[in-house]
Design a protein around this ligand. Structure first.
Ligand code: C2O
Ligand code: CU
Length: 530
């Protein structure tokens, strides 16, 4: 029933006809099956249909050193069956290598720009990290390679230090980022983070081509818990992409896509860079870390056979208490960590699926993908399992109780009118010299996020982790009454969050993690003052 190969990216068709995301999903499921033998001009078959669950789940290489070098370069990556896909990669793979480091341990990563000149300047952001603003992957401003911005208000001729251009990586050059992995002077909390490109106007294109990788921060507290570890701790990156008949990435960015219809979705949902992979597991507990690295698509995760998922962590690491979930909504940029006990499915195949959001809002970007994502093949051999999910995990930090009840700042997200609409934050598109709010080191601020558009947004704030106080005036569900860094706001929603700024001063961005929205103006800044 699920078509594995279509000659034209369905997202291109849907954008042209401005269908809602819900209609797109329905369309994807009702298209007649197409039998095709895509051929190169010479007649050689270059693409074969995806045979569901025939590919093993790729596990990216794990780097654990304090001083790392990662070349950003073109590489041929095996994604779909048949011809390899040329991508822009971190370290010649997609996803890039997984970096795994102890909290509090300084880590230096030298990123070398070996991509073609046309890639222009690049910048790398560690999403979920708490870092000095110079190490945060600032988007930068206009350059010779990028002399204008269609959607952002940026003056040309700004001094490099004002636009953030001094922090960019030029073709042929390199930059070493220093990550101290501390918070309030102490080691930061364990968390599942990720790194990706963050360049002004071009983040969507650069990430689509492959510039994304995962990062795991470990700490002593997490290690002291009896959670599954080792090969029973698996990180999964979900990312959708479309391909042409030669297995090369489609280019949805060639045509102009205008707000509010600028969400790019791909035909294939890849898990760690493979379409519908399988993974062999033992009939024991596993810790599954799931990242939604898609540009626009949301998922509602569930397991076949109704196998329960115990959520233990959010974007920002361990929750105060585990929460049993039957479905988990995950928008672009969000992460979730789930403990799944495969003992209940010994000898069976369990599928990780995405389903339709029950009674979900109808706005563009709110509907979830419907279809299978991957298969777990559960072994038959009974083995003792000494892992467990403790009833208490990590308590909330003390500052949460001190957060002001009324917001000191409101972030309003709107879309402008006119011939070329833009996304706006408090009436402006992105300007690297402008900060819309300030906070002082050591201060706990409460801010309101207000989505005043008819489209969903995933609002992500840099610098620190944020506690959700309320959603639409009501107490959030237990899986959101937590620290997080990315917030799902359906059309018209408002969310109250509190955060404690510490350690580093300077400007930090707040933006939508639907990458086209970010590129098309939905980004602003706040400034942390001494
Ligand atoms: Cu994952 Cu500012 O981004
Ligand atoms: Cu958005």
């Amino acid at each position: 029933m699920y078509q594995q190969s279509q000659p034209e990216p369905i997202d291109a068709i849907s954008r042209r006809s401005l269908l809602s995301a819900a209609a797109v999903g329905a369309l994807a499921l009702t298209l007649p099956p197409v039998a095709r033998a895509p051929a190169s001009p010479g007649g050689a078959r270059v693409r074969r249909a995806v045979r569901p669950y025939s590919t093993p789940l790729p596990i990216p290489e794990v780097l654990t050193g304090a001083d790392l070098t990662i070349p950003m370069r073109e590489a041929e990556v095996a994604i779909l069956p048949g011809r390899k896909t040329q991508m822009w990669t971190y370290g010649a793979s997609f996803p890039g290598p997984t970096i795994r480091r102890p909290a509090g341990a300084t880590t230096r990563v030298r990123f070398e720009h070996r991509l073609p000149q046309q890639a222009g300047e690049l910048t790398v952001h560690l999403h979920g990290g708490h870092n000095r603003c110079t190490e945060d992957g600032q988007p930068g401003g206009l350059t010779d390679a990028q002399p204008q911005s269609l959607y952002c208000d940026i003056s040309s001729g700004l001094p490099a230090a004002q636009s953030g251009n001094d922090l960019l990586i030029t073709p042929g050059g390199d930059r070493t980022y220093t990550y101290e992995q501390i918070e309030e002077g102490a080691p930061e909390r364990s968390a599942f983070q990720w790194y990706h490109d963050h360049r002004l106007d071009r983040t969507a294109r650069n990430v689509w081509r492959g510039l994304a990788g995962m990062w795991i921060v470990d700490d002593d507290f997490d290690a002291s818990l009896p959670l599954p570890r080792g090969e029973r701790d698996i990180a999964l990156m979900l990312a959708d992409r479309s391909f042409d008949a030669y297995n090369q990435l489609a280019d949805p960015f060639a045509a102009e896509r205008r707000p509010p219809n600028d969400g790019v979705t791909g035909r294939h949902v890849l898990v760690n860079g493979a379409a519908l992979p399988h993974h062999r597991v033992r009939p024991q507990r596993y810790r599954l870390r799931v990242l939604n690295a898609s540009h626009f698509r949301a998922y509602e995760l569930r397991l076949s056979g109704g196998l329960p998922m115990i959520q233990i962590a959010t974007d920002a690491g361990l929750m105060p208490r585990p929460v049993r979930r039957s479905r988990v909504l995950l928008g672009p940029g969000e992460r979730v960590e789930l403990v799944v006990d495969f003992a209940a499915a010994r000898g069976e195949h369990v599928h990780l699926l995405s389903g339709r959001r029950a009674h979900g809002p109808k706005g563009l970007g709110s509907a979830t993908y419907a279809g299978p994502l991957m298969q777990f093949r559960v072994g038959t051999k009974r083995e003792a399992d000494r892992s467990a999910v403790p009833p208490q995990l990590r308590p909330l930090p003390a500052w949460v109780a001190e957060a002001p009840a009324t917001p000191s700042h409101m972030w309003r997200f709107t879309v402008s009118g006119g011939f070329r609409p833009r996304w706006l934050v408090n009436g402006r598109s992105f300007d690297p010299t402008y900060a819309d709010a300030t906070a002082r080191l050591g201060e706990t601020v409460t801010w309101e996020l207000r989505n005043q558009t008819a489209v969903a947004h995933l609002i992500h704030l840099h610098h620190t982790d944020w506690y959700m106080i309320s959603r639409n005036g009501r107490r959030p569900p237990p899986w959101e009454a937590c620290l997080k860094d990315t917030f799902f706001l359906d059309a018209g929603e408002r969310v109250l969050i509190a955060g404690r700024v510490s350690d580093y001063t300077g400007k930090y961005v707040i933006h939508c993690h639907m990458l086209d929205h970010e590129d098309h103006g939905l980004m602003s800044q706040f400034e942390v003052l001494a």
